[in-house]
Design a protein around this ligand. Sequence first.
Ligand code: PGA
Length: 271
Amino acid sequence: MGADEPGGERRTLVAGNWKMHHDHLQAIRTVQELGLRLDPGALARVEVTVHPPFTDLRSVQTVLEDRAIPLVLGAQHCHSDDAGAFTGEVSAPMLARLGVRYVLVGHSERRQLFGQSDAQVAAALRAVLRHGMVPVLCVGETAGEREAGETEARLAAQVAAAADGLTVEQIAGMVVAYEPIWAIGTGATATADDAQRACAHIRARLGDLSSPEAAAATRILYGGSVNPDNTAALVAGPDVGGVLVGGASLDAASFSDIVSAAATVRRSSRR
Ligand code: PGA
């Protein structure tokens, strides 16, 4: 996978979700600046992905290759079919052909604003796997569900709907992002304890669907108003394998500060 370290541990993952920001020229500038700013020492300990809009992918891929910038290319969404009459959609094989390695699946904005169902999320996840890429399955509760004490049930249902039936290897190799919907783009972050508890709960549910050993290998990220100041505390949770960053990933300075902060966390007992 390239994510494993010699000791069998997984590198911390910092993923930048650009959403519908940055045209391809801005994207080129941003990754060039990231190439200059990212600390090589931090990059040895942290795997960093960027997930630009579809129109930027080819340009970003070319810049990363030409300049040997050690960022990994990601995408934000894909359709579950390999080809067909699906106006406006992009398929997993198209992304794989562009060198995309990670694909977000079931981001809450896709679920809430574009009506993506649990079944569609499960099918898209399988398309990503079928084409040799790594799905980043996004799950999370609404503010209402949280207030009603339904967070754990919601996370368990979303994880089961997407991951039931996957092989133990597929579960071990995938990434899950815990993104409480009330924390996305709001400036309100889950506490490090809440993030750890939710990630541990997700890991336990993945263990029920596969094996505890497989689930121990799955990288589980926290996402929702991550910034350079809160990263280290969030990533310190033993079940938190990194962060999925929206707004703060658009700016090369703040994103590289997040990567450096994530790299400061000692990982001796990490999953
Ligand atoms: P945010 O977005 O960091 O802007 O809150 C996170 C996400 O939606 O992935």
